[in-house]
Design a protein around this ligand. Structure first.
Ligand code: NAD
Ligand code: ZN
Length: 258
């Protein structure tokens, strides 16, 4: 594993334009459960029953009670972890340019990343289905389920549900970012949700090195990813950044000295 951290540090040191694609796994160490995998929300709920737009429209109160209200409580408490901070560090080093995130938790922005494409929207805002009025989720009155606007309309989070389209501007910006990078870091995504899962293939097709960081193997492992670092995202970032620091202290001729 140490060799792979070193390899990743060297690839990062040699890169000029890094783009990261992140998924629910990057926020697990911040206390937010992922959808798939151990401890995932799907162990308890059927996605098509709750996270599909048709399910929401059929019975908004049910989806609010089972999924959205809990999510609000969890997100209210969550703070960025070492993986979010590691990506900020790579931006400060002039390496990382853009983050494409499937997450709706706002933790990349909270950590200080400046260019974040929120592929699946965000949870910070709610929109009234009837009049379009927006309200910050933090200020939402949760006494009544589903929460309602002054006009009587039902609020929905500004996230993309299954069965809904990705905002065209987010899709085209992400495709461009993927095609322009020389290194893509794919962090904590099961690569099962399309079209987000296509971004690593676009990057590789365009000649970028693709490095995956995940707790377990995914469809990208040994396929689209050149190599995969298996482990928790925060710990893995700390290990890579330590290698990067050691490399820069040793100077450009470290290889000759060793
Ligand atoms: P996913 O839930 O499908 O998969 C999570 C992945 O993270 C898995 O491959 C798992 O092995 C990995 N993982 C778990 N713990 C990890 C850790 N500590 N370090 C590294 N990797 C870890 O997530 P997804 O692919 O992002 O896609 C599902 C959809 O669910 C996305 O659209 C996303 O918007 C949504 N979602 C978002 C949040 C959030 O905003 N934090 C939380 C749950 C789901
Ligand atoms: Zn309204």
């Amino acid at each position: 594993m140490q060799d792979l951290y070193r390899r990743a540090a060297r690839d990062i040191a040699g890169a000029r334009h890094i783009v990261a694609l992140t998924g629910a796994g990057i926020s697990v160490e911040s206390g937010i459960p992922p959808f798939r995998g151990p401890g995932g929300i799907w162990e308890k709920l059927d996605p098509m029953e709750y996270a599909h737009i048709d399910a929401f429209m059929r019975d908004p109160a049910r989806v609010w009670r089972a999924l959205i209200a809990d999510m609000k409580a969890v997100l209210d408490r969550a703070r960025p972890n070492d993986a979010h901070k590691g990506l900020v560090r790579l931006e400060q080093m002039g390496k990382l340019k853009t983050i494409i995130t499937q997450n709706v938790d706002g933790l990349h922005q909270a950590a200080g990343s400046s260019d974040v494409i929120e592929f699946h929207g965000n949870f910070a805002w709610q929109r009234c289905l009837a009049c379009g009025q927006r309200v910050a989720t933090a200020e939402l009155d949760m006494a009544e389920m589903p929460p309602r606007c002054a006009c009587g309309g039902i609020f929905r989070p500004e996230c993309v549900f299954f069965g809904e389209m990705i905002a065209p501007v987010n899709l085209s910006r992400s495709q461009n970012a993927a095609a322009q990078c020389d290194l893509m870091l794919v962090v904590g995504t099961s690569a099962m949700v399309q079209p987000a899962a296509l971004m690593p293939a676009i990057a590789r097709q365009a000649g970028a090195t693709v490095i995956e960081i995940n707790f377990e193997p995914t469809p990208l492992t040994g396929q689209v990813a050149h190599y995969s670092l298996l482990g928790k995202a925060g710990e893995t970032f700390n290990a890579i950044l330590a290698e990067l620091a050691a490399e820069s202290e040793a100077g450009p001729h470290a290889e000759d000295i060793r």
